[in-house]
Design a protein around this ligand. Structure first.
Ligand code: ARG
Length: 459
């Protein structure tokens, strides 16, 4: 490693171990496009402020554009001669245009440069993630709409509780993803603030036009404190937190897909193209993709915890510890993007098995709450009604019957007020129709929510 940007003050050669341990080029090479775009904006501003000449500006810009094209095509090697991506770009520039390239770093430090590059990177990732979340929401709404007439058991404690529309269950995930979108959009607001111009930590002696740089690079604002600007990684933490919550949601959805596709439930079938098999058991068809999404959630949580821990003891301003932000960020970004891509492609490949859903809904006394509500309408207090229906359920269990199999006579032993009009209240398939309260599983409500979701996705 020979290409130092800080050699002057040193008498001895850097130890090879120092180079190996200190370098970040093996992973921050990913920031090359942001690094060059930021350098170009800085260069334009230096010229406009008369800090460098217009001739130097065009030579630098032309060379940077060429370096960018070559990097895009993989023609420049990210070799270990350079400590990081910032040194690689600068040294390559100087190789190409000579001494005038040495002017580019005027009024700039790698400390504000790296903060800029990472903000631009996070900004790009968030924009992609937002699109992928919307794509997943569309897949959810499609699936809900396609199965709008299907009823399934709703669960608490993974015990059958009350019937719900399949569409209502799916739209619960639409809501989670809607909050995820908001979290990423909030994170984007705090990310899209320009740190360049803060230099090493204290600002610059040059008359830098930060407003111009912010406008050139599409930032919505400018950092107010140079020391904060070079040592702030909150925007990465915001991204990692939003990513963690998103992954938690995807993991819960995937857990349900795994359970539902088991033979014990058999609520859904996932198409062959999105499942895998076993090397020894010929009959197997496994839901590896949802399992992997569930599994990858852990590494995203880990990256959030690791960066929080890295940052917690750092004195102002920049510290090299902060170089550790990148691998966490990159891996989390890759994980979130691929998981969203997979889930958005997987959801359309799911078929609900109507017969099994029907059979599961019939059993488990899921109309019990409605029966209690019926008794309340007959003038019994809810607490007493609850007690009565509890006893009826116990009786039905002993008789190996469901509530709707009990005769009127049998039921009247528990409450005289039960009459012929009880019949519809015993039918688990009719319970959803009674839940047209705002936010409930009633078909009217669910159709409204579907419509609203469509409108939100279109806007
Ligand atoms: N590779 C460093 C990082 O990722 C860039 C900034 C280095 N600045 C410095 N003064 N050593 O954080």
């Amino acid at each position: 490693m020979t290409q130092k940007v800080w050699g002057g003050r040193f008498r001895k050669e850097t130890d090879t171990l120092t180079n190996r341990f200190n370098a970040s080029i093996s992973f921050d090479s990913r920031l090359y496009a942001q690094d060059i775009e930021g350098s170009m904006a800085h260069c334009r501003m230096l010229a406009k402020q008369g800090i460098i000449s217009v001739e130097d500006e065009s030579a630098i810009l032309e060379a940077l554009a060429k370096i960018l094209r070559e990097l895009d095509r993989g023609e420049i090697e990210f070799n270990d001669d350079y400590e990081d991506i910032h040194s690689l770009v600068e040294k390559t520039l100087i190789e190409r245009v000579g001494a005038l390239g040495e002017k580019l770093h005027t009024g700039r430090s790698r400390n504000d440069q790296v903060a800029l590059d990472v903000r631009m990177y996070v900004r790009d990732v968030i924009r992609r993630v937002v699109e992928l979340i919307k794509k997943t929401q569309v897949a959810i709404v499609d699936l809900a709409e396609k199965n709008i007439d299907l009823i399934m058991p709703g669960y608490t404690h993974l015990q059958r509780a009350q019937p719900v529309l399949v569409a209502h269950h799916m739209l619960a995930y639409y809501e989670m993803l809607k909050r995820d979108l908001q979290r990423f959009e909030e994170a984007l607001k705090r990310t899209n603030v320009l740190p360049l111009g803060s230099a090493a930590l204290a600002g610059s002696t040059f008359n830098l036009d930060r407003v111009m740089v912010a406008e050139t690079l599409g930032f919505d604002g400018i950092t107010a404190n140079s020391m904060d600007a070079v040592s702030d990684r909150d925007f990465i933490l915001d991204f990692l937190y939003a990513s963690s919550v998103l992954m938690m949601h995807l993991s819960r959805l995937c857990e349900e897909l795994v359970i539902w596709s088991s033979q014990e439930f058999a609520f859904i079938t996932i198409s062959d193209s999105f499942c895998t098999g076993s090397s020894i058991m010929p009959q197997k068809k496994n839901p590896d993709l949802p399992e992997l999404i569930r599994g990858k959630t852990g590494r995203v949580y880990g990256h959030l915890m690791s960066l929080l821990t890295t940052m917690k003891g750092l004195p102002l301003a920049y510290n090299k510890d902060m170089q550790e932000d990148k691998e966490a960020l990159f891996d989390a970004a890759d994980t979130v993007e691929i998981c969203l891509e997979v889930i958005s492609r997987l959801l359309p490949e799911i078929t609900f098995n109507e017969e099994n859903l029907r059979a599961a809904t019939e059993k488990g006394f899921m109309a019990a709450t409605d029966l209690a509500d019926y008794l309340v309408r007959k003038g019994i207090t809810f607490r007493e009604a609850h007690e009565i229906v509890g006893k009826m359920v116990l009786f039905a269990i002993d008789q190996k019957k469901e509530l709707h199999n009990l005769s009127l006579e049998e039921m009247r032993r528990f409450a005289k007020k039960i009459d012929k009009d009880v019949e519809p209240w015993l039918d688990p398939f009719k319970t959803v129709n009674r839940r047209n309260v705002l936010g409930g599983t009633g078909p009217e409500m669910v159709k409204q929510c579907l419509k609203k979701a469509r409108e939100e996705l279109a806007s």
